[in-house]
Ligand binder design. Structure first.
Ligand code: FPP
Length: 249
């Protein structure tokens, strides 16, 4: 991975003027790898590989645009229903990303976190994920939450189970407390959720946390969602009026 751009790069500043109040936490539903592959005469795994390349570029742009936390939907609890070659391919991508990119991500100050369940993954991959999390735990330039074997409803169910197992009295169960039982316990809620490839669905992604997130949906397939499109999404976010259910004076 190339050294991340410095934010005082003047050519870059002309094309992408600094954003006034960029979102702190961006979630991305990286949809459309399969359709991108089909449109480009490639197979689905090649589509996921192209999506992974785009993720690398998106990380660099995130640092440049002042994003502090990024949560990516890499593998949902529903994705197990895909053909075995695709499931195995996505597992291998996770493993390869750690093998190939971890040192560079660490050098660039990226902290890796995982949300979801690791239990169903091969022990070797699990070990690599845990190692990556531990190695990067003190980095603070960009926090990258990888949602892998993640499902929003499953997350809420596991939270409820833990509350019961810990004998938490019903009256003590508040929104704040429940938030602490989510996989994202230490993270602020997402401000902006980007979904590529034009579908208008949450697909079980951060359904608890996204209660007040702004959504940005673009028809562009994920591998083609470039820096200019990303900037456009962030710019639109900056122009939205977030009222959190209240109203203007
Ligand atoms: C949705 O596209 C995409 C996924 C299910 C996988 C996303 C994964 C990556 C981009 C790889 C990065 C992964 C890691 C672990 C860092 P789709 O296949 O549903 O596309 P389609 O709807 O066009 O068929």
């Amino acid at each position: 991975m190339a050294e991340f751009l410095k934010s005082n790069d003047t050519a870059t500043e002309t094309k992408y003027p600094p954003l006034k109040n960029p979102p702190h936490h961006v979630g991305i539903i990286m949809d459309g790898n399969g359709r991108w592959a089909k449109a480009n005469g490639k197979n689905r795994l090649e589509g996921h590989n192209a999506g992974t390349e785009n993720l690398r570029r998106t990380l660099e742009s995130s640092v440049e645009f002042g994003i502090k936390m990024l949560t990516i939907y890499a593998f949902s609890t529903e994705n197990w229903k895909r053909p075995p070659f695709e499931v195995m391919g996505l597992m291998k991508i996770l493993e390869d990303v750690i093998d190939r990119e971890l040192a560079e991500l660490h050098k660039n100050g990226v902290q890796l976190r995982h949300i979801g369940r690791l239990e169903r993954l091969r022990p070797a991959i699990r070990k690599k994920v845990l190692y990556a999390i531990d190695l990067t735990k003190n980095n603070d330039r960009l926090i990258l939450n990888v949602a892998f074997n993640y499902g929003g409803r499953e997350e809420i169910v596991q939270a409820a189970r833990r509350l019961i197992q810990e004998n938490i009295p019903a009256d003590d169960v508040t929104e704040d407390l429940l938030s602490k039982y989510m996989y994202t316990a230490d993270s602020p809620d997402p401000d902006l959720i980007i979904r590529t490839s034009g579908e208008f669905r949450t697909s079980n992604f951060l359904i608890w946390q996204a209660a007040y997130a702004e959504y940005y949906i673009t028809p562009t397939y994920w591998p083609a969602f470039d820096k200019t499109e990303y900037y456009k999404a962030l710019l639109e976010f900056c122009q939205r009026d977030r009222r959190y259910g209240g109203r203007k004076e």
